[in-house]
Design a protein around this ligand. Structure first.
Ligand code: C5P
Length: 241
């Protein structure tokens, strides 16, 4: 896969005008954008449609966390042209994850669309071991691979994890099981609210399949240039600094 197919730009504006302004700036340099609760709750399916019409693949990151019946219904509704990937929480359990995968496959077949990839959120990259310890769980190095195995056994295509856990996930789930990695911060940029961060090159060296980058690109004075720098960095092999 080429670097451009691995980069996912998170556009987290609320207003559709702002989302589309960023998407228009980036449409020549990236292939995939992600919208989440902010843009989707403000604009609904219109946001997906508008991005798909620009020729962009859409990662619809709504991080579903509910009983299997509700998640199936939501996934069916989200399986629409242009939607390339979506998320459910692995802590929703095996039945919920299996139901999500089946619902997206069935709906995609019904509509004659390629089935979207369904990936499971493990531990948010804005959290660290101190939170897991507080609720009696082992650290991310142990918890994330356990959740990944559950996601793989339930039939999901991959998980969302930090770069720091990618190698551990691949070791137990196999190379084909996808890792989608947010918390990407090029050297010298702000970590914002993210805790488990990595540079683009380090994430790739750990086996990250897809890199999710938001503010380092969308908040840059020249987003296109920031994306180009990250695409270049993805192909380098460097330390995590
Ligand atoms: O701006 P930044 O690069 O931190 O954006 C990261 C994006 O990845 C956000 O849209 C956030 O919702 C998402 N994300 C994350 N941690 C996860 C899953 C998704 O930061 N575990």
């Amino acid at each position: 896969m080429k670097a451009i197919d691995r980069l996912i730009v998170a556009i987290d504006d609320a207003g559709l005008a702002g989302v589309m302004r960023t998407a228009n700036k980036l449409r020549e340099s990236v292939a995939t954008v992600k919208i989440g609760s902010t843009a989707f709750n403000a604009n609904g399916p219109l946001a997906v449609q508008a991005l798909a019409q620009l020729g962009l693949r859409v990662f619809l990151d709504l991080k579903l966390f509910d009983i299997p019946e509700q998640v199936s219904g939501a996934v069916r509704a989200m399986t629409r042209p242009g939607v390339f990937m979506m998320t459910v929480h692995t802590l929703g359990g095996p039945e919920m994850m299996t139901a999500a995968k089946r619902a997206s496959q069935d709906e995609a077949d019904r509509l004659g669309l390629p089935a979207p990839l369904i990936v499971g959120v493990t531990v948010l990259t804005s959290l660290d071991d101190s939170w897991l310890a507080r609720v009696g769980l082992p650290g991310t190095a142990e918890t994330v691979p356990l959740l990944a195995v559950a996601a793989r056994d339930a039939g999901l295509d991959g998980v969302v994890c930090s770069a720091l856990e990618c190698a551990g996930v691949k070791a137990v789930c196999g190379d084909e099981f996808l890792t989608v990695v947010p918390g990407i911060r090029p050297s010298g940029t702000s970590r914002d609210d993210q805790k488990r961060i990595a540079t683009p090159s380090f994430a790739r060296s750990q086996g990250a399949d897809y890199l999710v980058v938001g503010r380092p690109i969308t908040g840059a004075a020249d987003p296109q240039r920031a994306a180009a720098t990250i695409l270049r960095d993805m192909d380098q092999r460097r330390e995590n600094t």
